[in-house]
Write a protein that binds this ligand. Structure first.
Ligand SMILES: Cc1cc2nc3c(=O)[nH]c(=O)nc-3n(C[C@H](O)[C@H](O)[C@H](O)COP(=O)(O)OP(=O)(O)OC[C@H]3O[C@@H](n4cnc5c(N)ncnc54)[C@H](O)[C@@H]3O)c2cc1C
Length: 333
C-alpha cells in the first residue's frame, strides 16, 4: 500500500508502506532529502512531522538526542509512514541519489578471509550491479534489528556482483550474524546504493584515497575506478590500520599496482615484536607529510571512523583551504 508524502512548501511523493522508510521512499522518488549514514547513527535526515502518523523503527537511535526527540524531531531513515503525511524538512539537490536505490535479494557466492577479522563477502543479484565506485548498501542480517551499512569494494558490473569487506566487530550483532549465520548460497535483503563519496570523473585532478580501518572497502573501489579510467590521474592511497595483523587487507592493493598508484600504510599501534619499517601514527598526519602542497590540486575521498573523518576534514578544510566540492566522505557511525 502506498502513502502520499507532502513536504511543506515542496515536493510530493509516494512511499510504499511495507517496503520503505521515509528516506528510502524520498530517494527512490528522486527527492533530495538530506541523509548520510541511513542507519540512525548520524542525524542528518532529521525532519518534523506536521500531519499524519509515522511508525518509529528504532526509538533510541543515537542520531537524535532527548532534547531533539522532545521537540518532535524524527529520523527519516527510522520512520515508516502509516498513512498520508505532511513533513517539514529542507531538501537539497546535492542529496539526490546518483543511482536510485532499490531493494534486492542477493545470494552469498563466496567469502574470503583477508585478515583475522576482515573478510570479503561476494553477493550476486540476478540483474546488473548498478552503483558508483565508493558507495554503500544496506544489508539485513538475520537475528538483527534494522539494517547495517557496508561499502562496496568492487566496481559496478554486468554480472550482478556486489562485494564488501566486512570487519567482525566484537559483540556486534549484525557483523557476527554475517560471519556466523550466513552460509554460501543463502539469500539476504540488500538495499542500495547510497552514499556521497563516489568517484567523480568530471575533473582531471589526481585522486587521494584515505581509508581508516574498514573504510578500506570504499577506498579500494574508488582507487579501482580511477585506475580503470584511461586518463592520466594518479591515485595516492593512504591506509590507516592498527597492527601488522591488518596488513592482509592492504595486499589487495598489490593487484592494482601500477605506475599511477602510490600506496602508504600507516600503523597506529604496531606490535613491537613484529617487523615494521613503515609509517606509524595517525593516517591524516602521513597524508600531510607525503603530499605536495597546495592540496587543492587533488580530489579527496575518505572513509572510516568518525574521529578520523573529523581530523581529515579539519586538516583539509581549515588548514589547507581545500574547496568543499573536492572533499568526499562517508562517516562509519
Ligand atoms: C556509511 C557506512 C558504511 C560502512 N561501511 C562498512 C564497511 O565497508 N565495512 C565494515 O566492516 N563496516 C562498515 N560500516 C559499519 C557497519 O555498518 C556496522 O556499524 C558494523 O559492522 C557494526 O555492526 P554490528 O551490528 O556488528 O554492531 P552493533 O554494535 O550491534 O551495531 C552497530 C550499528 O548498528 C546500528 N544499529 C544498532 N541497533 C540498531 C537497531 N535497533 N535498528 C537499526 N540499526 C541499529 C547502528 O548504526 C549502530 O551503530 C559502515 C557504516 C556506515 C555508516
Amino acid at each position: 500500500m502506498e502513502h502520499r508524502i507532502t513536504i511543506e512548501g515542496g515536493a510530493q511523493f509516494r512511499v510504499c508502506a511495507e517496503e520503505d522508510t521515509l528516506l528510502r521512499g524520498a530517494l527512490r522518488a528522486d527527492v533530495g532529502l538530506p541523509h548520510e549514514c541511513s542507519v540512525g547513527g548520524c542525524g542528518a535526515c532529521r525532519f518534523e512531522l506536521v500531519e499524519g502518523e509515522m511508525q518509529t523503527l528504532w526509538a533510541q537511535a543515537p542520531g537524535l538526542n532527548e532534547r531533539e526527540r522532545k521537540r518532535g524531531k524524527r529520523l527519516a531513515c527510522q520512520s515508516r509512514p502509516l498513512g498520508d503525511c505532511t513533513i517539514r524538512v529542507r531538501c537539497d539537490d546535492s542529496y539526490l541519489p546518483v543511482v536510485a536505490p532499490t531493494r534486492l535479494r542477493a545470494r552469498l557466492e563466496a567469502r574470503r578471509a583477508l585478515t583475522p577479522d576482515l573478510s570479503e563477502f561476494t553477493f550476486r543479484i540476478p540483474s546488473q550491479a548498478q552503483f558508483r565506485a565508493g558507495q554503500y548498501a544496506l544489508l539485513y542480517p538475520s537475528q538483527t534489528q534494522g539494517a547495517r551499512a557496508y561499502s562496496m569494494s568492487n566496481l559496478p558490473n554486468g554480472e550482478g556482483l556486489w562485494q564488501f569487506i566486512i570487519r567482525r566487530v566484537p559483540g556486534g550483532s549484525g557483523s557476527n550474524a554475517l560471519f556466523d549465520a550466513l552460509r554460501v548460497g543463502d539469500q539476504i535483503a540488500l538495499d542500495g546504493p547510497y552514499g556521497h563519496a563516489w568517484l567523480r570523473d568530471d575533473n582531471a585532478r589526481d585522486v587521494v584515497c584515505i581509508a581508516g580501518g574498514s573504510g578500506f572497502a570504499p577506498m579500494l573501489s574508488v582507487a579501482r575506478g580511477a585506475l580503470a579510467q584511461a586518463d592520466e590521474r594518479r591515485v595516492y592511497f593512504f591506509y590507516g590500520a592498527r597492527t601488522q595483523a591488518d596488513l592482509g587487507a592492504a595486499a589487495e592493493l598489490d593487484e592494482l599496482a601500477q605506475e599511477r598508484l602510490s600506496t602508504s600504510i600507516v600503523l597506529s599501534s604496531p606490535e613491537a615484536s613484529l617487523p615494521w619499517s613503515g609509517a606509524t601514527g595517525f593516517v591524516h598526519a602521513e597524508v600531510e607529510r607525503a603530499l605536495d602542497v597546495p592540496l587543492d590540486q587533488y580530489e579527496f575521498y575518505f572513509a572510516g571512523p568518525p574521529p578520523m573523518i573529523e581530523a581529515v576534514q579539519e586538516m583539509l578544510m581549515q588548514k589547507y583551504r581545500v574547496p568543499y566540492n573536492q572533499i568526499h566522505f562517508d562517516r562509519f557511525v
